[in-house]
Design a protein around this ligand. Structure first.
Ligand SMILES: Cc1cc2nc3c(=O)[nH]c(=O)nc-3n(C[C@H](O)[C@H](O)[C@H](O)COP(=O)(O)OP(=O)(O)OC[C@H]3O[C@@H](n4cnc5c(N)ncnc54)[C@H](O)[C@@H]3O)c2cc1C
Length: 374
């Protein structure tokens, strides 16, 4: 075999896996179709270090988020990655939402997040004097991180471990052969190159379902649906009126967690993302200016100072959803595929939020599969 382990996709998850797997394996390759890392989901998100509050008990999303948050804070300290443990308030703005606050606290406790604090109106007025809330849950372990610096560090450590990262190389075919797989790449000016590898790790984000299909695994239950999240920016100087993340209580099936307010390390404030399933899987990063009214109305419930013209269209990201609209929440699909006739092939599909937060924990999880399989 030309390669031992081939990882497809240099987003935050593929890079974290490459770093972890190259610590104990030689001949590790990471393939990426773009010129550099993180050009798709990983550079179009909220950069929030999630606490692990909402996800169903026992799910991979819950487990890997809670574990990943701790590992991520440690990693940021160790490698000087910019981050800010600013905390977050989940706010109830109506009587009906008060009971949801208690339900969220219970889910969080089930997930091992036991540091949430219920804060009443008077305390909220001290913490965030410019917002409106009847009651809130404060999550002290939530934060934000510079995802670009994080990915750069994963890349550097992979290279230092002896791993090889190959950019501008798109995987276009995968064939099962004796003892592994043959992978065909398309690179500069549509030239093709085929090599063999003992194992494949598919972390191709928005097209991870197609990579799995290339290896012969068809599964309608794992089809990715592109689900856009649009953001609006809060203009200066009103961005200075907020000092931590402010979230409304989430919708019931976690398609999204409501139009919320995130701050970034540069002091900017964003509203969003909303949730729009796209009609087809196209890379549509436009922000619809007509949504300004809906964003304004949603955020105004807890930002009483907000006026219509205070926000402006910003950016959009696309979630790799395997959960169909209206369906109950789906967990990550992380699987070594021997049972589907593809030994040594590890699929990661549906790696939506909190994938950034969980990246190191996901990488450890995958490395355990690798260690136990080979
Ligand atoms: C709007 C939004 C907000 C979010 N907010 C947060 C948040 O605040 N906190 C959090 O923890 N998570 C958040 N997430 C989730 C997080 O961003 C993702 O879980 C994570 O970035 C997924 O990383 P990835 O490596 O799987 O995907 P990607 O970053 O998309 O990487 C996959 C890579 O595979 C490459 N690729 C695909 N096909 C091929 C091929 N055939 N050959 C070679 N390369 C290929 C792509 O070019 C891409 O670079 C958010 C996501 C969205 C969309």
């Amino acid at each position: 075999m030309d390669a031992e382990i081939t990882i497809i996709g240099a987003g935050v998850i593929g890079l974290a896996i490459a770093e972890k797997v190259s610590e104990s394996n030689n001949n590790v390759f990471l393939l990426e179709k773009h010129l550099k890392f993180g050009q798709e989901i990983s550079s179009r998100n909220s950069e929030v270090i999630h606490a692990g509050i909402y996800y169903p008990k026992g799910s991979l999303k819950a487990k890997l988020c809670v574990e990943g948050k701790r590992l991520l804070y440690d990693y940021c300290k160790k490698f000087d990655i910019p981050y800010y443990n600013c905390g977050k308030l989940i706010v109830a703005t109506s009587e009906e939402e008060l009971s949801i606050i208690e339900a969220i606290r219970q889910t969080a406790i089930d997930n091992g997040v036991d540091d949430l604090i219920v804060v009443e109106k008077e305390e909220i007025a001290v913490m965030e004097p410019n917002i409106f809330a009847l009651r809130a849950l404060f999550s002290p372990s939530t934060g934000i991180v510079d995802s670009h610096s994080l990915m750069k560090q994963y890349e550097t450590n992979t290279i230092n471990n002896g791993g090889q990262i190959v950019y501008s190389s798109e995987v276009i075919a995968i064939k099962k052969v004796n003892g592994g797989y043959e992978i065909t790449l398309s690179y500069a000016d549509n030239k093709e190159y085929t090599f063999s590898t003992r194992a494949v790790i598919n972390s191709a984000g928005l097209t991870s379902d197609r990579i799995s299909e290339m290896a012969g695994m068809q599964d309608d239950n794992l089809k990715i649906l592109f689900c856009k999240g649009e953001y609006f920016r809060l203009k200066t100087p009103k961005n200075k009126l907020i000092s931590r993340l402010i979230y409304p209580v989430p919708v019931h099936n976690l398609e999204g967690i409501g139009i919320h307010v995130t701050i970034d390390l540069g002091g900017g404030v964003k509203l969003g993302p909303d949730v729009t399933y796209l009609q087809s899987n196209i890379y549509d990063y436009t922000v619809d200016p007509l949504k300004q009214e809906a964003f304004f109305r949603s955020a105004r419930k807890f930002l009483p100072f907000l006026e219509f013209d205070d926000i402006t269209p910003e950016s959009a990201g696309i979630r790799p959803k395997i959960q169909k609209p209206g369906d109950p929440v789906r967990d990550y699909y992380i699987m070594e595929e021997s049972r589907r006739g593809c030994p040594g092939f590890i699929n990661l599909i549906g790696m939506e939020s909190p994938g950034l937060t969980s990246s190191i924990a996901i990488a450890q999880y995958v490395r355990e599969i690798v260690d136990n399989t080979f």
